[in-house]
Design a protein around this ligand. Sequence first.
Ligand code: NDP
Length: 482
Amino acid sequence: MFALQNFINGKLQNAASGQWLENIEPATGKAYSRIPRSDAQDVNAAVESAKEAFPAWSKMPIEQRSACLLRLAEAVGANAHDWAEAEARDNGKPVSLALAVDMKRSQQNLAFFATAIQHFASEAHIPSGPEHINYTHRKPIGVVGCISPWNLPLYLFTWKVAPALAAGNCVVAKPSEVTPMTAFLLSTCIEAAGFPPGVFNVVHGLGPEAGEAIVTHKDIKALSFTGGTATGAHIQRATAGSFKKLSLELGGKNAAVVFADADLDQALQTTIRSSFANQGQICLCSSRILIERSVYASFRDRLVEKAQRMVPGDPLRPETKMGAVVSEGHRDKIMGAIEQAVADGGKVLAGGSLAAAPNERCAGGYFVQPTIIEGVPELCDLNQQEVFGPVISLMPFDTEEEALSLANSTAYGLSATLWTQNLQRAHRVAAKMDTGIVWVNCWLVRDLRTPFGGVKSSGVGREGGFEALRFFTEPQNVCVQL
Ligand code: NDP
């Protein structure tokens, strides 16, 4: 069986313990590769090599660091077709989506931060009164940790490591143990891209073992984490006494608010995508669809009709639009959430069951029907807890105030989508959303320069553009008497 390896100090290597974990293909339910079950020994080795590499890397001219990242971006582009297939096999997502979204964006992330760092300047205050000037150094932090989830494996992995490396830090990164393949493939290109040994280390393994060792390592000074809210809370507690810099991008329970004056055809097309893309496993997916009562029944019926026509297929087939969910455990969690919603009074309008396997190869795979439920009370789990699967809840509203109150009624605050052609309403409602991101008449349009992140239980800090470069640098102000 194909064996993945860690990449530590410029070398591919097995876990020090010699232990392995099985890597399961979600579409078949069968193990197809194995990954190193790394622990603190491997993380320590990675941190030691990163500490050694840091002085030279952080002093290297920006253009040279940038060139390393650009060569890595080129490697993603050159391998995009093969790596998209690897991502589809590892994660269960359709290969067409992996190519069009995951590979494209992974390449962009690396290229974007390779060039962003060349435009990133620190602040100066000249003059600061008649007798002083102030300027701010932005220094790389040192060794930083990057921990990413399984839903957008290479996309979110590169979104973290690229700004960290561009800013002059050395990195110890861990992809999710559930989807390690494309981070491994990327690690096979790090040396050829010109990164000196120790600058960029990739350690595989379980969250509570390898992940925890990164989180608690005393020489890792900053940590960029994307994952579940419970894990984020654990990381905040585990690092409380060490004053590490933290960026936590966590879960969401995002509302799409459809006003009667919207372009309803466009709202419908996009809401189907925002609900079920990547099997609903995107932190930004809409999981609560709030619809103004006067158009509720017609919009609901059209949504249901479209969802019923979506049939999960083999992720490796080019025509597949919806694939498998990521794991057996996650499938069971999704089915449990549907059962709970029904127990809470919900009526299943579409889906609600496991989907049939699309072919013999996928007989043991984890396929869930796109599911639409209505009638669940506002404060029940389906409207409050993240499911992170192809399951949405529909709720009618009568007034703008009620829509806002429903939208803001969860502990989460990642994103919201508004559908209206009333310009004033769009601005007014957007400003009152308790979320880090609002889309108006669109969804998942991402300009990489914009700040990305959530409020409340959706996280702490912002990624994207100069926000990420600010996170991965330590400002030091110098005040000079003239
Ligand atoms: P998890 O929190 O389970 O895991 C995220 C990462 O953290 C994985 O690499 C995991 O490793 C690791 N991890 C788990 N436990 C620990 C620990 N104790 N110490 C250190 N690392 C640990 O999230 P999922 O992978 O299940 O991802 C889904 C979640 O991510 C959803 O809640 C989703 O909303 C959120 N998300 C948020 C985004 C955002 O930008 N706000 C974007 C995408 C997803 P392993 O998997 O190997 O156990």
